[in-house]
Design a protein around this ligand. Structure first.
Ligand code: CTP
Length: 443
């Protein structure tokens, strides 16, 4: 093996200071315990790719749980141990998660008859991982901090942009890696290596996806939905026949592709509004992906993905609700109704439904109205409350809600901008239930 390359300066430059400090502390602790400590996996990959990733994975050639507990006494945080796997998670006060694993030789029984005796435990640990780009380690012990451990040509593959498995049984052992290969290839715009591509096709022929639990598939799909190039991932999943092997009715036809293309435009547009609420992307994407699927076929697909009844019902309800809203929206648009009517027809639709709505019905003015709704109307609040109505002598009952909604409509339609106007309206409405609104009554 070539002389080890040090990425110490890169770590220093590219990591937040406190995280670099944690690496140093972990290394110090390793020295005092007489064990080697490494940062591994996606963390190292993303340092080299210069894409920020604060999920820290440590591997200790010693007892990982003891190590995590001791590290907690130095840097704080709580430890959750999984004795069965000899791993621990250290959760810091700022929310950062540090996974600590134990590298042990006897732990791995490898079918690909390896001369295990010759391997160090870190090498074994890296060898059982998914792809070369995720099989890098970096030493943390003092004096060695930053030294890269690259047994399998990871740096070369990162440089040339290739997703490559470490051994031929990788996809058979863990078929979720088929979805991961596609996800990483799209994320970094890498290609899937020739042999690795054949191994995926081979695993597909062995029908390996059908051996996966619904939860594991859904977990991988959800990770894909968080990526930038979701549609390209889905196209690739289709081309490898992964979609149909998850469920025969899970397809990606040109019509669906068109809808998903619109959805990506809509999601990008939404991001640029810089609103606080983040859509649950898995829900929006599932709505779009299942758009062409017949109503009675939705539940079987949800079951295959092991969605809870609640999740499945939410999907079905949202789908209905969105379609109904599109219908009412069209009517509202044709008769040029007041803005408050738009508000009332959209107010019950969750953000995921609104975005799906826009993807399905992306006409020029839809976007205009929906952005007005999202940025101005959705958060609108009255300057008066039920207490004011009480002071006006209104008897307890449903009229409180009705009156406040009428006033809200006036506010939205620009007829009662300030508290005084709203109080005036409230007085009228409390005494005269038929009072329609300032302008309408004055005409
Ligand atoms: N891993 C693996 N096989 C899997 C899942 C994970 O070998 N099926 C290994 C990889 O080495 C990976 C590490 O475990 O780097 C951590 O996995 P995970 O947190 O899922 O992914 P990251 O690589 O950190 O990727 P992401 O950026 O998507 O979080």
């Amino acid at each position: 093996r070539k002389k080890e390359r040090s990425i110490k300066n890169m770590l220093k430059d590219r990591l937040p200071e406190d995280l670099f400090h944690i690496l140093q502390e972990a290394g110090e602790l390793g020295r005092s315990l007489g064990t080697q400590v490494y940062a591994v996996g996606g963390f190292v990959r993303d340092i080299l790719m210069n894409t920020p990733n604060t999920d820290l994975d440590l591997v200790v050639e010693g007892d990982g749980i003891v190590f995590a507990r001791k590290l907690a006494t130095v840097i704080g945080g709580r430890v959750r141990a999984h004795h069965k796997f000899q791993t621990a998670v250290l959760i810091l006060e700022n929310g950062l998660h540090i996974d600590v694993a134990t590298a042990r030789l006897e732990y791995y029984e490898y079918p690909a008859a390896l001369p295990t005796v010759e391997l160090s435990s870190i090498k074994m640990d890296l060898y059982r991982r998914d792809f070369t780009i995720n099989a890098l380690a970096v030493k943390l012990n003092p004096g060695q901090l930053g030294q890269l451990v690259d047994f399998f040509g990871s740096q070369k593959d990162l440089k040339s942009g290739v997703i490559r498995v470490l051994h031929s049984l990788s996809f058979v052992e863990d078929p979720t890696r088929i979805l991961r290969a596609i996800r990483f290839a799209q994320r970094y715009q890498f290609r899937i290596g020739g042999q690795t591509d054949r191994l995926i096709r081979n695993a597909m022929q062995l029908d390996m996806i059908s051996k996966l639990s619904g939860s594991r598939i859904f977990h991988e799909l959800s990770s894909i939905f968080e990526e930038e190039h979701v549609l390209d991932c889905l196209r690739s999943l289709r081309d490898y026949k992964v979609l149909e092997s998850i469920h025969p009715l899970l397809t990606l036809t040109p019509v669906q592709e068109e809808l998903l293309e619109e959805l990506e435009v809509v999601l990008d547009w939404y991001k640029l509004l810089y609103l606080k609420e983040e859509p649950r992307r898995a829900i929006v994407y599932l709505l779009a992906l299942l758009n062409g699927v017949a109503e009675n076929k939705i539940l079987p697909i949800c079951e295959r993905l092991n969605l809870t009844n609640r999740q499945a019902n939410e999907l079905l309800t949202l789908r209905h609700h969105t379609n109904k809203t599109i219908y009412s929206f069209k009517k509202w648009r044709n008769r040029r109704g007041p803005l408050s009517d738009l508000y009332f027809l959209l107010e019950e639709l969750p953000l995921e439904g609104l975005l799906f709505f826009m993807a399905k019905f992306n006409k020029e003015d839809t976007r205009k109205y929906l952005s007005q709704y999202l940025t101005q109307l959705r958060g609108i609040e009255l300057d008066i409350s039920g207490t004011d109505l009480q002071h006006l002598g209104l008897e307890p009952g449903p009229r409180y809600g009705e009156i406040l909604r009428k006033i809200l409509a006036s506010v939205i339609d620009g007829e009662a901008a300030c508290r005084d106007d709203q109080l005036f309206l409230a007085k009228k409405l409390v005494t005269d239930p038929d009072f329609m609104g300032i302008e309408k009554n004055m005409q």
